[in-house]
Structure formats: structure tokens, C-alpha cells
Design a protein around this ligand. Structure first.
Ligand code: F6P
Length: 343
């Protein structure tokens, strides 16, 4: 078979480990490999490149994706589905391995129903995909955020400041709760539980009156204030082709409000895309490699419409539908544990 591989959506550390594994295993099984550049856009615009063993050499430790990525939605383009099917046929591409999050895999799931031979690999630093215990990229993001919190601790302490750290996580607070717990945050705010500014300030006051002169607040970009009419704080009103808004601003908002209400000098740090960049951790390299090899096995078994997933310590196959139906929000027990150390 001629097998195409693509990466879609936001990049995540470990993507190259998956690409390398898919390509190496499929080549080993006697298939021809083609890289599709820039996610679904590459399939709509025929941006193809042959992949051989050399093309995936030396990329395991590298961040980003050698295939580039985009947030193009096939189903928002005129005749998108028909164009994908035609371009695959015209270029002799028999099957696809789609590596992506909810949006990319949502498109893969619809294409599978339309008869396209496609399997998936789940990716997102946000770890909010159902049907898999962890997505690759999450561990790296958590480690980056934890290191940042450690560093912010020393400067907060030196200046007697409150520092608000804004981390990624649109609808799920996985990065906030893991990095906050690992970094010893004094408060963690997540999208799953609306926050009350009075409560946040009273926790900080108690802590400072109890003798501490600095605090660290970790907030997911998608955390929502209890009494606010508006939902998440946005950078602007633009939507991408999957209908997502650009979040951002909660760190600055909280810092301003905390300083105003408590009188404690407060600063905010937005970690942003630093969380997605650079070299993947060993955990993400191993997870990416296992998922990639398994996806190649799904191709071998012609298990179209399925994706590789981590369940416990095993890699298993699950239907693409299951992964894209519902977002996986945090286990609130984690926040309970973290809150033992608030204040
Ligand atoms: O990949 C998911 C994510 O990390 C979200 O947490 C964040 O809101 C979004 O990507 C931002 O991505 P971009 O700036 O690439 O649109």
C-alpha cells in the first residue's frame, strides 16, 4: 500500500517520534510512505513528499513536526471531502495515518465513515482527549510549566510578590493541576470549576497573614470567574476553521484584580507556546513511539476508523468516534489533593 501520514492542529512535543515510528514500521511491512504537509491542507492541495528511512532519521528528539501542521478543516472547505478522496485516488494513496487532537481526528472519523482508509494517533498537550489515559506532549508541557513555576518561586520570594502563571488548557485544567501540584502552587484555577475572586484573595490574605510573603497562582487560560457573565477571556474575536477562539488574558486580569483587592504586589507570566516547543521528554518519546508503531499495526490489520490509545500501561485500539465525542476533563480528585496545599 501507499500510506500517507499527516499532523494536524497545534504542534506537540513527540510528533516526530510518532512520525518516525509510523514510517519505520510501515516501511518494514513493505509499504510505500508519503508525507502530507500541513495537515489536512496538504491533502486538499496535494502537498506531498516521499518519506524513506533517511527522512525520519535524527528527528526523535526534535520538537515540532517535520511535516508541518495547520488547523485546516476539510469540512469547512467547498467539496472538501470529495477533494480529499479524489486527491488520494489520483496520487495512489491507499491509506492515511492522521496524528492530531479532537479536530484532526474528528475529520478523520468523518472521512472513515465516507470510506477513507484512515487510522489515528491522539495528540494534544492539553491531555483532554477521551479514550486515552494520556496524550503525548502533555508530559513535556507539564515539565516545562513546572520548571517555570520553580523559577518564578525564587523571584516571587525575593520580591515579596504574588505571581500568576497562565498555562494552556482551553476546556481542561490538566496542565494547571499537574504543574501546579508539582510546583507547589498556592492556588490552582481550572476551567472545570469556576473561581471566585473574593475566595482567591482571602486564601492569599490568610497565607500572607500567616507569615508568607509571596504566593504562586497557577491558572488555566480557560478558567472562568464565577460571577462573570462572560465566559473565557479572549485575545480577540477571531475563530479558526474549527470554531475555536484565541484564549488569553486571564493571567493579567487576575494579577490586576489580586493587587487591587489585596494590596500585594502582583505580576503575571504567560507561558504560552513555550509549553509546546522544544525537545520532548523521554516519556513522550516513548509514548509517541509506541503509539506510532501501534498505528502502523492498525494499518496492517486494516482497522480503519480506529486509533491507538494508552489504557493503563497498554496501547490499545479504540474507535475514532470515542476519542472525539467528548472532551476529557480533569479528575476532580486531583484538584482535591492539590487544594490540601492551597494557602
Ligand atoms: O493545542 C491546544 C492548545 O495548546 C490550547 O491549549 C491553546 O488554547 C491552543 O492550543 C493555542 O494554539 P494556537 O495558538 O496554535 O492556536
Amino acid at each position: 500500500m501507499k500510506v500517507g501520514v499527516l499532523t494536524g492542529g497545534g504542534d506537540a512535543p513527540g510528533l516526530n517520534a510518532v512520525i518516525r515510528a509510523v514510517v519505520r514500521k510501515c516501511l518494514m511491512n513493505g509499504h510505500e510512505m508519503v508525507g502530507i504537509r500541513e495537515g489536512w491542507r496538504g491533502l486538499l492541495e496535494c502537498k506531498f513528499e516521499t518519506l524513506d528511512r533517511n527522512s525520519v532519521s535524527g528527528i526523535l528528539h526534535r520538537g515540532g513536526t517535520i511535516l508541518a501542521t495547520s488547523r485546516t478543516n476539510v469540512y469547512k472547505e467547498k467539496d472538501g471531502e470529495a477533494t480529499v478522496i479524489k486527491n488520494m485516488k489520483d496520487n495512489g494513496i491507499d491509506a492515511l495515518v492522521a496524528i492530531g487532537g479532537e479536530d484532526t481526528l474528528g475529520v478523520a472519523s468523518k472521512l472513515a465513515k465516507a470510506g477513507v482508509q484512515v487510522v489515528g494517533v491522539p495528540k494534544t498537550i492539553d491531555n483532554d482527549l477521551s479514550a486515552t489515559d494520556f496524550t503525548f506532549g502533555f508530559d513535556t508541557a507539564v515539565n516545562i510549566a513546572t520548571e517555570a513555576i520553580d523559577r518564578l518561586h525564587t523571584t516571587a520570594e525575593s520580591h515579596n510578590r504574588v505571581i500568576v502563571v497562565e498555562v494552556m488548557g482551553r476546556h481542561a485544567g490538566w496542565i494547571a493541576v499537574y504543574s501546579g501540584m508539582a510546583g507547589g502552587a498556592d492556588i490552582i484555577l481550572v476551567p472545570e470549576q469556576k473561581y471566585d475572586l473574593d475566595e482567591v484573595c482571602s486564601i492569599l490574605r490568610k497565607r500572607h497573614e500567616g507569615g508568607k510573603s509571596f504566593s504562586i497562582v497557577v491558572a488555566s487560560e480557560g478558567a472562568i470567574e464565577k460571577k462573570s457573565e462572560n465566559e473565557m477571556l479572549l485575545q480577540d474575536q477571531k475563530l479558526d476553521s474549527f470554531g475555536h477562539v484565541r484564549l488569553g488574558g486571564i493571567g493579567n486580569y487576575l494579577a490586576e484584580q489580586i493587587e487591587k483587592r489585596t494590596g500585594y504586589e502582583t505580576r503575571s507570566t504567560v507561558l504560552g507556546h513555550i509549553q509546546r516547543g522544544g525537545s520532548p521528554t523521554a516519556f513522550d518519546r516513548v509514548l509517541g513511539t509506541r503509539l506510532g508503531v501501534f498505528a502502523a499495526e492498525l494499518v496492517e490489520e486494516k482497522k480503519w476508523g480506529y486509533m491507538a490509545a494508552l489504557k493503563g500501561t497498554d496501547i490499545v485500539s479504540v474507535k475514532l468516534d470515542e476519542a472525539t465525542g467528548e472532551l476529557k476533563t480533569i479528575d476532580m480528585k486531583l484538584l482535591d489533593v492539590a487544594s490540601t496545599f492551597f494557602g
